[in-house]
Design a protein around this ligand. Structure first.
Ligand code: 5GP
Length: 193
């Protein structure tokens, strides 16, 4: 179902809230949906593919692109720079697809200022206790790292009232359905304009 007017969606979530699994499912199941690949100075994690997950840049290269005005927005998140490339976003919008941007809260605010029609979605864990449990079960992080992520999550959760929609990721199946309902509703509204 192609969008009548392409929509820009901004999705944010605390680390461990299950955003990646959720988005992966939604991209698998829906056509006419594109993912905006951000640039970052963070080194690639195992399994990440340049150009698919991120455009990986050195600090100097990132800075040069900031100076050239190449970013719609950029922010410092957990010590690294992340930014939305104007060219990438405009190309995707021009393709007629809906576009999903995965950004932190700062990025959401900046994009909303440039694209007031952007639909913003916050993926929340059922509770901070559950988030802590999921992070510990994942077993990939040190206890200090988990504590830091939980502190950040608390801050991010405090901003969820700024989003158009909040999806509580209790089960992936239900969260996917809820996100798809939001996409469908916007496509339906757009086709009636
Ligand atoms: P990660 O390093 O785990 O991939 O991402 C860390 C954080 O950076 C996440 O909250 C993610 O949503 C955010 N992020 C990723 N790309 C961008 C971007 O282009 N701009 C902003 N502002 N945040 C981003």
């Amino acid at each position: 179902m192609p969008a009548a007017t392409p929509k820009v969606y901004v999705v944010s979530a605390p680390s461990g809230a299950g955003k990646h699994t959720l988005l992966h499912e939604v991209f698998e199941r829906n056509e006419g949906l594109e993912y905006s690949v951000s640039a970052t100075t963070r080194p690639p994690r195992p399994g990440e593919v340049p150009g698919r997950d991120y455009c990986f840049l050195s600090e100097d290269a990132f800075r040069a692109r900031v100076d050239a005005g190449d970013f719609v927005e950029w922010a410092n998140v957990h010590g690294y720079h992340y930014g939305t490339l104007r060219e990438e976003l405009e190309r995707l919008i021009a393709s007629g697809s809906d576009v999903i941007l995965e950004l932190d809260v700062q990025g959401m605010r900046s994009v909303k200022a440039v694209y007031p029609d952007a639909v913003t979605i916050f993926i929340a864990p059922p509770s901070l206790e559950e988030l802590g449990r999921r992070l510990r079960e994942r077993g990939t992080d040190h206890p200090e790292e988990i504590a830091l992520r939980l502190r950040n999550a608390e801050e991010e959760m405090a901003a969820r009232g700024e989003y158009d929609h909040v999806i509580v990721n209790d089960t992936v199946v239900e969260a996917v359905q809820e996100l798809e309902r939001i996409l469908r509703r916007n496509r339906h509204d757009a086709s009636e304009e």
